[in-house]
Design a protein around this ligand. Structure first.
Ligand code: HPA
Ligand code: ZN
Length: 325
């Protein structure tokens, strides 16, 4: 059963472009741009990826992103992910990226979006993939900074399909960003938000009721609140779950065999499987599917449901979805 799981077409709905930078590319970009790293040994770098929690990971992630300097760098990063995702039978990829991080590093948004757009166009043309971009605000920087980001990115509106919310969750509840999300909605953007990864179930409620998101990214902690679970199930609100990420960050039990994914499905939640930050958490979407198929009590039908959910929950056009489902 597990052998052909990776042959099943899927959509990946929760992957951070920045988190797809493999250590080999990190070293290559550091050398290319003359950026100093603590070590240039990919194996040493890889072995140092052990995280106590979300913040420890984020600190490391942002430190590494100083190597991204030019349009070509952004192109190469996106291109490497798309080629790898294509090998994992990903038909549709909706990729998060963090404009504020790169603007803060002094990179013009034109360079970021220019590099991404050319990589996406090549993958559409050469690999036949369907791809969309979702810029994400960094919640710890607050709502005013998020509004400033919208000022910068909305002139490039045709390059993306939605708005997301990432980074440090606890202490930064979704309702603080109500106006930012309302502005994004009036620009015709789809709305998603990371909620209930480390934050409480209340943050998931706020994402749904105040921000009006169409998907919840992670959402694991919803399971602590049976009323919320019932509502999410009734709404058929998709949750983009990232099993290997949860294990790596301790946002689920550290043993994958105790991951709540089967319980989430049994509770009627619309769950999808995703890689989050594959270069840091031990694998791409096919690795996630393989891992859950062997560690969790999921039969072929459950795995097929997860893959089907990923297409129905995507922001692709209905006609395009029909070709996958
Ligand atoms: N959570 C919040 N922010 C992030 C993550 C995540 O899993 N990955 C990259 N930014
Ligand atoms: Zn994420």
């Amino acid at each position: 059963m597990t052998a052909n799981v990776i042959d099943w077409p899927t959509a990946e709905l929760h992957v951070h472009l920045e988190g797809t930078m493999e250590v080999e590319l990190l070293v290559e970009l550091a050398r290319r741009n003359g950026v100093v790293l603590p070590t240039y040994d990919p194996d040493v770098l890889r072995e140092s990826y052990a995280f106590a929690d979300l913040q420890e990971f984020l600190d490391r992630l942002y430190a590494n992103l100083g190597v991204l300097r030019t349009e070509q760098d952004f192109h190469d990063l996106a291109s490497a992910y798309l080629r790898r995702a294509h090998r994992a039978s990903v038909r549709r990829a909706e990729m998060f990226f963090d404009p504020q991080t790169h603007l803060g590093n002094g990179i013009p948004f034109e360079a970021v979006i220019g590099g991404l757009a050319s990589a996406l166009d090549e993958a559409r043309r050469d690999l036949g993939m369907s791809i969309a971009l979702i810029p994400c605000l960094l919640r710890e920087r607050g709502a005013d900074a998020a509004m400033d980001m919208l000022d910068v990115i909305l002139p490039f509106r045709e390059h993306f399909v939605g708005l997301g919310m990432v980074s440090t969750e606890v202490g930064h509840p979704p309702h603080l960003f109500a106006e930012v999300y309302a502005r994004a909605a009036s620009a015709g953007l789809h709305l998603v938000a990371h909620a209930g990864e480390e934050g409480p179930p209340e943050y998931v409620r706020e994402a749904v009721d105040v921000l009006h998101v169409e998907r919840v990214d992670h959402g694991n902690r919803s399971m602590e609140d049976p009323d919320l679970v019932r509502r999410l199930a009734e709404l058929r609100m998709p949750l983009t779950v990232c099993p290997l990420s949860n294990v790596a960050l301790g946002t689920a039990p550290r043993e994958l065999s105790r991951h709540p994914l089967p319980a989430m499905m049994a509770a009627g939640l619309v769950v999808t499987v995703n890689s989050d930050d594959p270069a840091y958490f031990g694998g791409y979407i096919d690795d996630n599917y393989r891992a859950i198929a062997s560690a969790l009590p999921l039969d072929a039908e459950a795995l097929a449901t997860l893959a089907r959910n990923s297409f129905t929950a995507s922001f692709a056009e209905p006609r395009e979805k029909d070709t996958w489902i």
